[in-house]
Design a binder for this molecule. Structure first.
Ligand code: DQA
Length: 147
C-alpha cells in the first residue's frame, strides 16, 4: 500500500489554543483524524507525527527513506526558517515532499519569508489553514494515480 508521512513541527501540538486568530480553532488531533479519513478513502496508509524536537523530526525523515514512504507532507513550523538539518534530511529522501503552513507566512514578519525546506519541497501551500494539509494529501494521492 502507498505510504505517506505527515510531520508537524514545534508548537503545533498547541493548535486550537495557540493564537487561534492565526492558526484556527481546530486541534492537531482534529486535523490528523480528518487526514486519516481522507487517506483511507484514497487507499493510502498515513502516519501523522508531531515533535517539538528538531532531531526527532530528522529521525522520522530518515526512517521514511527506508520504510517505503512515498511522500512526506511537512509543516516544519519555526524550523522552516532555521533548519538546514531538516533540509539536509529531506534532500536525502527520494519521494515527494510537500510543505504546508496554516498561515500565510509571506504576509507575516520578514523572518518567516525565508524557508529552507522550500529549497527541497516539490510543492508549498500556505495560508489555507487546515485545508492546506488536505490539498497536499490530494496532490500526493492524485499524482500517484491511485485516487
Ligand atoms: C507555521 C508558520 C511558522 O512561521 C510558525 O513558526 C509556525 C507555524 C504555520 O503553519 O503557519 O509555528 O508553520
Amino acid at each position: 500500500m502507498n505510504k505517506v508521512l505527515v510531520l508537524h513541527g514545534p508548537n503545533l501540538n498547541l493548535l486550537g489554543t495557540r493564537q487561534p486568530e492565526i492558526y484556527g480553532h481546530e486541534t492537531l488531533e482534529d486535523i490528523n483524524n480528518a487526514l486519516y479519513e481522507q487517506a483511507a478513502l484514497g487507499g493510502w496508509e498515513i502516519t501523522c507525527r508531531q515533535s517539538n524536537h528538531e532531531g526527532e523530526l530528522i529521525d522520522w525523515i530518515q526512517a521514511a527513506r527506508l520504510d517505503g514512504t512515498a511522500a512526506i507532507i511537512i509543516n516544519p513550523a519555526a524550523y522552516t526558517h532555521t533548519s538546514v538539518a531538516i533540509l539536509d534530511a529531506l534532500n536525502a529522501f527520494e519521494g515527494r515532499v510537500i510543505e504546508v503552513h496554516l498561515s500565510n507566512v509571506h504576509k507575516r514578519e520578514s523572518f518567516r519569508h525565508r524557508s529552507y525546506v522550500s529549497l527541497r519541497a516539490d510543492g508549498v501551500i500556505a495560508g489555507l489553514g487546515s485545508q492546506g494539509y488536505h490539498a497536499a494529501l490530494d496532490a500526493v494521492i492524485e499524482a500517484s494515480g491511485s485516487s
